[in-house]
Design a binder for this molecule. Sequence first.
Ligand code: COA
Length: 274
Amino acid sequence: MNISQYFPKEEFVQRCVFITGGNSGINLGIAKCYAAVGAKVAICGRDEDKLDRAKSELEALGAKTHAVVADVRDFDAMQDACDEIQIALGKISDLVCGAAGNFLCPANEMSANAFRTVVDIDLMGSFNASRAAFEQLKETKGNVLMVSAGQAYMPYSHQVHAGAAKAGVEMLAKNLALEWGKFGIRVNSVVPGPIEGTEGVKRLTNEKQKQMLLQSIPLKRLGQAEEIGQVAVFLSSKMAAYITGAQVICDGGMNLAGSALFNMGVNQAGKSSG
Ligand code: COA
């Protein structure tokens, strides 16, 4: 699908979208959708090589792009990244808090540091990026999108860290929507299902688990990164001007079916993480 046909070019051409973790997977898919509608795109991540590759892919789509090496766990690094992006591309109009970390691990074997690491990346990282971008978003009357997960409201085996972190991300989105509405800033979340070819699916599923997972998805297929990007672009468009504090689930119906098949797959496969 060519997303650009659904949005007038003039709507996004002045916009500067900052996507944390935008160097791969779902977040790169989101970045590509914004590039396709003509937005300027900034990305950050920890791996310079991955960032460079993603930047080239985005530039090949015609997007003015800026890439910053920064860890979302470090507030000062996020503030510096936001300041740098403003100089390179203009004020941030849309922030996508996408950076996340995950692996499979039973709760009784997980170290406190492992639990904290995922909470730090997912939850603290989303707060840090939002807080650092706030002044620019206030001026642009911008949007924030939190990339959440089904684990936020459905318990999944070996996912206690991700579940706790993403549940926090959901409330972060709602609280910011409540407080920042008066500044003209909208804040929403998207819940992606399992997306083809992503690090998340590679880390969380072996072939046996993948088959069980497919059985549990009402639409009987994995999602595409672009399908999450389409949600992101819609939510930051004028078509969604009165939507804030919403959670948009884009998972092929997977979480309607619960996590039982996933849990069975994980337990049969034993502890197998990335
Ligand atoms: N099982 C159990 N514990 C694990 C683990 C695994 N597969 N991977 C890491 N940990 C633990 C480490 O042992 C460490 O705890 P310890 O100090 O008690 O030993 C803690 O988690 C931090 O690991 P470290 O590798 O130092 O952290 P990091 O900041 O370099 O990496 C991760 C962060 C762990 C989330 C890493 O998986 C990552 O960078 N992921 C990014 C990509 C990703 O996860 N994408 C999927 C998105 S859905």
